[in-house]
Structures are given as C-alpha cells and as structure tokens.
Design a protein around this ligand. Structure first.
Ligand code: ATP
Ligand code: MG
Length: 272
C-alpha cells in the first residue's frame, strides 16, 4: 500500500506550512547488506520542535532502522536526512553537528555503552563536544541525577541490570543536551517508578521546546502521551496521525498489528 494509503493521513508527516522541521527524512530507503527486502522504503517524515512523537508498528516494521538514520548511524542509500533545514552530508563535521542535536537511545543498551565505568560513559558525549572537564562534570552530575544513576557512577557498565543500563544510556544522551531525543523502546524494561521519572524528563524537555520521539509497543503510551503517532508497516510510513484518530480507526489500528482481542480489552478498560 502506498504511504498513507487508504487511511488518507498525511505522510510526509508535515509540521505545518512555512515551519522548518528540526529533523526530516526525505524519501529514505535502506536495505541491510544481505537482506533483499528494504528495511525502509521511501520514508518521508518531519518532526517539529516541541513535538512528542510515538513511533509504533509491528516487529520488523522499520522503527529501529528509522531511528538509526536520525543521528547518522545509518546513511540512507536513497533519499536524505535534514537537520533544521540543512541536508546532512555525512562528513565528520556534519555528523558531529547531527549527533549534538539529535540524541538516540538505542533499543539494546549493550550496543550503546562502551566505556569501562558509568561515569566515563556519561562523560563521553560532553567531552566529545569539546567541553572542559568542569563543564562536562556538571553535565554528568545533572544527567545522572535526572536518570537516578548517581549511585552507579563508579560501577562498571557491564555489571548493571538491564533497566540500569537503559538509564545510563539515557543519561549519556541527556548530557549532550540534544534538541531532539529519540528513544528506541526502552520504557518496557524500566520499573513503574522509573517509567514515571522518564516521562517527567520527557515533559521537561518538551517544555524547553525539545522534540521527543519514542518507539514503543505500548499503545497506552501512544494514546495518552503522544501529540502525533507515526505508524510504520513493512518499511513504510503507513500513517502520521493524532492519537485520537488512530484509536478511533479500527482498521488502522489492526494494521499496526493490534488484534481485535486487544482492541476489545482496551474498550473494556476504558469502560472501567
Ligand atoms: N542487521 C540487520 N541485518 C539484516 N536485516 C536487518 C538487520 N536489522 C534489521 N533487519 C531487518 O530490517 C527490518 C526492520 O527491522 P527493524 O529493526 O528496523 O524493525 P523494528 O520495527 O525496530 O522491530 P522491533 O519492534 O522488533 O524492534 C526487519 O525486516 C529486520 O529483519
Ligand atoms: Mg526495533
């Protein structure tokens, strides 16, 4: 089905006429080596400053691949990525600028944490930005406090629980103070208290005019938190829609992989 297809919603996900998106993907296509099926196939998306975006879609629909394009870990084979109206060129300077502005927390924190200690890991970004030691220390302390990992700062990164690793990975990205925070499905591994903290962090970022993009399988998050929901299907953007519209459209919901049984359960929950 063509992007948008019968649902008539508006990919490319527009931010409004005359507004420069903070981040945009234009006609992005990407195939992993050795995989004949495109993981992304002509993706057009725009993210506005201050937007809360939920990225949903079935396993393998392309969410993580899309996210890896947001900070240049992957480079489109066709199409382009734009940061605040400037096309990303993939040279050192352009990638550094992109990674300063767009912080990505990976789905698997083991792929993100590579320093020996938690403190070193969270310091890496600020030091890489060229900040002096004192400013970097300040950033580390602030980010560690926000993510409740201050007590873990001197621990080795490999000896943490999954949720702790996710919080350290988030702290490392927050320490860069990005304009856009892209988080790949970390909330599932966090305990309820920490989930609340993470959403409080997201709220604070939004108040600062920053954009938060969250890939999630949690439809309650998509429904209650997001301003806009991007629905991925088989490497394409199937819909870009306000949550109310998504959850009012059973066919679109079903296309996201939500079974009738789940929809009925949600309806029952709503009636409680
Ligand atoms: N390293 C890889 N090599 C080859 N194919 C890959 C690789 N990583 C992902 N793919 C394929 O690319 C497609 C998109 O995968 P992606 O990880 O982006 O999906 P996803 O929406 O993030 O899924 P999930 O909900 O499971 O995290 C899938 O078909 C997947 O099998
Ligand atoms: Mg994924």
């Amino acid at each position: 089905m063509a992007p948008g297809g019968r649902f008539g919603v508006q990919p490319p996900g527009g931010v409004g006429v005359g507004v420069t998106p903070i981040l945009a993907l234009r006609d992005v296509t990407y195939c992993y080596p050795g995989n004949a099926t495109a993981a992304l196939n002509g993706v057009n998306l725009e993210f506005a400053a201050g937007q809360r975006v939920a990225l949903i879609g079935r396993n393998g629909s392309g969410k993580s691949t899309l996210i890896l394009h947001c900070n240049g870990i992957l480079r489109p084979q066709e199409g382009s990525v734009w940061l605040a109206g400037e096309r990303v060129a993939y040279d050192r300077r352009s990638l550094l600028r992109l990674r300063q502005q767009v912080g990505v927390v990976l789905q698997n924190p083991d792929e993100q944490l590579f320093s020996a200690s938690v403190r070193q890991d969270i310091s890496f970004g600020p030091l890489n930005l060229g900040l002096d030691e004192a400013s970097a220390r300040e950033r580390v302390a602030e980010a560690a406090e926000l993510c409740d990992v201050t007590h873990l700062l001197d621990r080795p990164t490999h000896a943490l629980s999954g949720g702790e690793k996710a919080r350290v990975a988030l702290a490392g990205i927050l320490a860069m103070r990005p304009q856009v925070l892209v988080v790949d499905e970390i909330t599932g591994g966090l305990d309820p208290w920490m989930q609340i903290q993470v959403f409080a962090i997201f709220d604070r970022l939004r108040q600062q005019g920053k954009t938060v993009v969250l890939a999630t399988h949690d439809l309650t998050i998509a429904r209650t938190w997001a301003d806009i929901v991007v629905v991925m299907q088989a490497g394409r953007v199937l819909a870009v829609t306000p949550p109310a519209r998504l959850f009012g459209d059973r066919d679109l919901l079903a296309a996201t992989g939500v079974s009738e049984a789940l929809i009925r359960r949600r309806d029952a929950d709503d009636r409680k």
